[in-house]
Write a protein that binds this ligand. Structure first.
Ligand SMILES: [Zn+2]
Length: 71
């Protein structure tokens, strides 16, 4: 039996110009709404690396904060 340790390819972050390993997959629509990133691929979900995921989370959090202030 042959065990291939490299059978699982590491997928990359799908933000254009970023070459980090992906950490999370996020709804592509939500990313487009919150960020002005150019995304590779055209799945319904896009892969983000740790850094881009953090930026995305930060941006969406600030959105929520603004919304509650408006009320
Ligand atoms: Zn990235």
């Amino acid at each position: 039996m042959r065990i291939n340790r490299e059978a699982k390819p590491q997928e990359k972050c799908e933000v254009s110009g970023c070459d980090q390993d992906s950490e999370r997959s996020i709804s592509r629509k939500k990313i487009k709404e919150a960020m002005s990133w150019t995304l590779k691929g055209d799945d319904s979900r896009a892969l983000l690396c740790k850094n881009h995921y953090r930026e995305f989370k930060k941006a969406t959090k600030e959105d929520r904060k603004l919304e509650s202030l408006r009320r």
